[in-house]
Design a binder for this molecule. Structure first.
Ligand code: 6R9
Length: 650
């Protein structure tokens, strides 16, 4: 990795935090000093932002690494912290969720409403025989019941396992079986791209081959016809008729909260296990610090799906524990029109927007005229998560969404880390386009070489975490050995994140994507992220994905897939000329070694539900292989589009 190209280090643009925001920020530079002086005391102080039924005896037990215990002996109830305590403090009438359905139907849910709904769901689950420690699978569209179901599990100490609505029978049944889930919570369907999309048939098939399932709770969302089996119960007949009185019991700080499966490229998905006390401490603190949330005045919107860890930590647990008012949206960004997101920002006067680079690049492709048509003046902070954000996408986000006023927080973290680890603080950090900047207070991230030595400023290598953190994964469900092998064996006493990274000359961090995606071209390590950023910096390109394909001369050769921006001419000779121009553009930006062997102009790219490009599938295309496992692909028609609509230049 040390040989990676120097391009990103040449980024010189820098943006100071707005003075007004800095003056009133929730967290100042002092937090870094406090955490450096005493990391455990710092986290202990953040834990005190929550309501504990019993105080802990020890902040961290690291006597049996890598198995951590945080806030040992402490007891709390996560749902109480996210809901009841706000009602108890007299804020029951405050809106918790402004929900917007894709067809335009809406629901307004206050904290008092949420308390009633969660209590009813907790009672219903208890009546169905669910007790603390049991697993409940949740397979729902983006409707309020998804958050209610998660909180109801948390309230009774059950462990939820949310599966993306729309995953296949295989993906769903594997996850149900791996965790031996006792109950599945689903819906008849949800709205996607303007029409009802069924969920229940997939559940029916998955449940038929999953003997652990005793009951299936079904929310009626679309009203479409459903087959009805002996295990099925309607949510409105079961939950909505249950008592709204429910006393939340405290649970141990290490009570399991959820399992979430990473989309893993290998056969068996990894069930990442999170527990309660440390997880809630860090999701709550980071949401408060990174988004500078002012619960009385902010309207927060995270566009993630609840089936992604971002939905868990930054729609449900972080924001609700902080008493936020937030927007939750069911559908796709282009239904019924491409301005839907901006219309929602305008309608609810959203102040904090948290979204993914894939969306920003899609918006770039559609053109800046679309956001320009809406009043976005309510926005004050913009966030990004999920992938490295290319400097040009960052600049576009800043200019056309943030109107050059709003700081951008590029937040690096993983399902495994549970909460944000590396990010600017909006009132403290002068940001650079494309950099996640610095580890948050209390987090010790570093970049090391093959031999585990920290790289100097200006160097590149592997991202590691040196010290345990409160919201870290506790294990892989049912497979402690795999937990050790995957994360703690590459380097001694350090967590291996699997991402490549660089330190620039100021020591700021630049994420370079998964190390599995790094290409080896004629002996040079080249990161896919850098070549993609070079392509996106060309005015004709909206989005790009790069893979290394086997090559007889160079070992691997760079093959790029590029989506042209809206109005760019790509037919016939114009397309060929563009391809040559792009190859030269990359060579000029990064050096001749990075010149792609081949560029294909495509209408779409294959992505996971959380918007990550599935380079593995593109490698199959580049090497003329049949496609591997596509169960986690967001839209299976995309691969046909790519093979069909491909314009390729060699
Ligand atoms: C939250 C989430 C984790 C992987 C991670 C990295 C990539 C996420 C990023 C980023 C660069 C950022 N990633 N945020 N890369 N900059 N701001 O995405 O969790 O779905 O488990 O993915 O996503 O490669 O290792 P998850």
């Amino acid at each position: 990795m040390s040989e990676t190209l120097e391009n990103l280090l040449r980024e010189t643009r820098q943006f100071e935090p707005p003075a007004e925001l800095a003056a009133a920020a929730n967290v100042t530079a002092a937090a870094y000093e406090e955490a450096t002086a005493d990391r455990l005391a710092f986290w202990e102080q953040q834990a005190r932002r929550l309501d504990w039924a019993r105080e802990w005896e020890q902040v961290l037990d690291w006597s049996n690494p890598p198995f951590a215990k945080w806030f040992v002996g402490g007891q709390l109830n996560v749902a109480y912290n996210c809901v009841d305590r706000h009602v108890a403090a007299g804020r029951g009438d405050k809106v918790a969720i402004h929900w917007e359905g894709e067809p335009g139907d809406t629901r307004t849910i206050t904290y008092a409403d949420l308390q009633r709904l969660v209590a009813q769901a907790a009672n219903a689950l208890t009546d169905l025989g669910v007790v603390a420690g049991d697993r409940v699978a949740i397979y729902l569209p983006m409707i309020p019941e998804a958050a209610v179901a998660m909180l109801a599990c948390a309230r009774i100490g059950a462990t939820h396992s949310v599966v993306f609505g729309g995953f296949s029978v295989d993906a769903l049944s594997n996850r149900i079986q791996d965790a031996s889930a006792k109950v599945v919570i689903t819906a008849d369907g949800g709205y996607r791209r303007g029409k009802p999309s069924a969920l229940k048939p997939t559940v029916d098939e998955a449940v038929a081959i999953s003997p652990s399932v005793e009951h299936v709770l079904v929310v009626r969302r679309t009203g479409q016809d459903v087959a009805w089996g002996s295990k099925d119960l309607w949510w409105h007949e079961t939950v909505e008729t249950a008592s709204p009185e429910h006393e939340a019991q405290p649970f141990d700080a290490e009570q399991p909260l959820f399992i979430l499966y990473t989309s893993g490229t290998t056969a068996k998905p990894k069930g990442i296990l999170h527990t309660t006390g440390g997880y809630l401490t860090q999701t709550s603190y980071t949401h408060h610090a990174v988004f500078d949330l002012k619960p009385e005045t902010d309207v927060y919107w995270c566009t993630a799906d609840i089936g992604w860890v971002t939905g868990h930590s930054y729609i449900v647990y972080g924001p609700l524990s902080n008493g936020a008012t937030q927007v939750m949206y069911e559908g796709t960004p282009d239904t019924p029109h491409k301005g839907r997101f901006w219309e929602i920002v305008d309608k609810y006067k959203v102040t904090i927007l948290y979204t993914a680079p894939t969306l920003i690049r899609t918006m770039m492709k559609w053109g800046e005229d679309i956001p320009a048509g809406y009043d976005l003046s309510s926005l004050r902070i913009l966030g990004s998560v999920g992938e490295p954000i290319n400097p040009e996408a960052w600049m576009w986000y800043r200019k056309h969404v943030g109107r050059d006023r709003c700081p951008i927080v590029d937040t690096w973290w993983q399902t495994e880390t549970g909460a944000i680890m590396i990010s600017p603080l909006p009132g403290v950090t002068a940001t650079k386009p494309g950099s996640a900047m610095t580890p948050l207070p209390g987090i010790s991230a570093d970049v090391v070489d093959d031999q585990a030595n920290p790289v100097p400023n200006g160097g590149g290598g592997y991202l590691v975490l040196r010290e345990p953190w409160p919201s870290m994964l506790r294990t892989i469900w049912g497979d402690d050995q795999r937990f050790i092998d995957t994360y703690w064996s590459r380097f001694d006493s350090m967590y291996f994140a699997g991402d490549g990274a660089k330190k620039d000359t100021d020591g700021h961090l630049w994420l370079l994507g998964r190390v599995d995606d790094v290409m080896l071209v004629s002996g040079h390590n080249i990161s896919t992220t850098e070549v993609e950023s070079a392509l996106v910096s060309h005015p004709s390109v909206a989005e790009a994905a790069v893979v290394g394909a086997t090559d007889p001369t160079t070992g691997q050769a760079i093959v790029a897939f590029a989506i042209p921006r809206g109005t760019v001419e790509t037919d016939g000779e114009a397309g060929e000329a563009l391809i040559q121009e792009l190859r030269n553009h990359v060579a000029k930006t990064l050096g001749p070694i990075a010149k792609p062997r081949q560029i294909m102009l495509v209408p779409e790219l294959p992505k996971t539900r959380s918007g990550k490009i599935m380079r593995r599938l593109l490698r199959d295309v580049a090497e003329n292989r049949s496609l591997g496992d596509v169960t986690t692909l967001q839209d299976s028609a995309v691969m046909d589009l790519i093979s069909g609509g491909m314009k390729s230049g060699k």
